[in-house]
Design a protein around this ligand. Sequence first.
Ligand code: HEM
Ligand SMILES: [Cu+2]
Length: 545
Amino acid sequence: MAARAESTPAVPAWQRGRGASWVRPARPQADGLVYIVSSGVFFAAAGVMALLMRTQLATANAEVVTRESYNELLTVHGSAMVFLFAMPLIAGLGNYLVPLMIGARDMAFPRLNALSLWLYLFSGVVMMLSFLAEGGTAQAGWTAYPPLSSQQAGNGMDLWILSLHLIGVSSLLGAINFIVTIHNLRAPGMTWTRMPLFVWSMDVFAWLLLAVLPTLSAGLTLLLLDRQAGTHFFDPTGGGSPLLWQHAFWFFGHPEVYVLILPAMGIISEVLPVFARKPIFGYKAIAFSSVAIAFFSMLVWAHHMFTVGLPNVLNVYFMIASMIIAVPTGMKIFNWLATLWRGNLHFDAPMLYALGFLSIFTVGGLTGIFLAAFPVDWQLHDSYFVVAHFHYTIFGGVVFGLLAGLHYWWPKLYGRLLDERLGKASFWLMFAGFHLTFLPQHFLGLLGMPRRIYTYGEGGLWEGYNMASTIGSYVMGLGVLVILVNMAKTSRTGRRAGNDPWQANTLEWYTTSPPPEHNFDSVPYVASPRPLYDLRRRLKESDAV
Ligand code: HEM
Ligand SMILES: [Cu+2]
């Protein structure tokens, strides 16, 4: 076993004082944990906003919130779920796990990492406090289309723009850090085709962010100028074009969903083989399909703009390009199914969440293919069918994927196993609640209910479906509570995890749970994508002799 020499660099005096530990937390893993916990707090906040919206929509002519508050809740729910919950949770898991999975002692640039973290927290505070701005916070939806966004009075919209600018810088710095870490700090022997698939997905995640985030930031800057400096980039009366914003936003916005989903797919690729007791089927196909998905995701943005009157040749192009993404995505799905085929399946909580991901995300992908056919989109655009579609992909994909990861790696992070019974209970509440919430929204969309409306009249089938959807959202809320209870309860009394409670394959399970400050005392030479499996097999062979 080849041990890697680790030497501790001398710490300059200014970083040793008590205050310094705030700028640069003492344990390298602390950044990751702060990310994870903060994203949980924002998930709760954005979740409560969703419940408020669903309560308003449960019955016809309800008066739980006003039209203006509904629009505020809608905007901040969407933006916070994407920018303050999903992205930072991925960043946090990545922060903690990527160094461990590649056998490194920390991220490449620890202080840059701390800066990303602080910018993120600041961005979150700005977004939440923007509710207090005169005239309230932004009301133009997370897509912030002008003229709504350029004309909204008060400073709420400006604060929302500031918040997104901050999170943009934070994410760019984070992306650079992940890329340098993954490209330079891998353990001896860990070639690109021996790298864990989660690390592959984090590398693609980072490159894709780097490619598309600047477009959003540029668009936001123009929007701010239109609002505050008298420019007319998006104002047709001054020679500008509102469509310019839509292009800028969606060139970022569509790849953004893959930015979120790729790491979730990476998690699934780690969890399925461990709980099927089989090697992953088609390692290289899964790794390279991530690259293909990221590449094609930058060529399809105008499928969000089928109704703005682009020439039909463009509509046809964007339709076909969007459908092409289904090919690498389908490749992953079939490889995962082949991994499960004749496996020795163990239905622990991480596996249940992974299977939940697989089933729900596939449905979301299929309704996506419907919507990519532009004549169908002309009918369904801006209806609840779209709300159902993107929650199937983004909640089913991202949240179920991340919950699979959280249940899988929790013992590594905290040294104790979660309670299996509570884990299973939370899964079934989330799974049932999810379908009860979002399945009926497909039907609402087909019945013509537009998205982003705050109330509707009596009669017809809308009321029943809406009531079902609201009940479902509360069931999901209960599921989230059970997860929290599970974490709180097992933090003192849970069974100790040991290094490798799941008999897993990747390097993070080689070290103690939780890992020491420097992650590893030594790292074994990596000779395959499954170094721990190799180690266990060699131990067994030497026992047999
Ligand atoms: C408890 C689970 C959730 C519920 C009950 C829920 C509910 C809702 C509701 C009621 C809307 C407004 C629909 C409309 O009026 O058009 C909405 C919009 C949205 N949600 Fe969720 N949501 C949930 C989770 C999530 C998650 C996890 C994400 C992303 C990670 C997310 C992202 C969005 C986005 C991007 C919008 C669009 C906002 C807009 O139209 O500008 N949601 N959600
Ligand atoms: Cu899209």
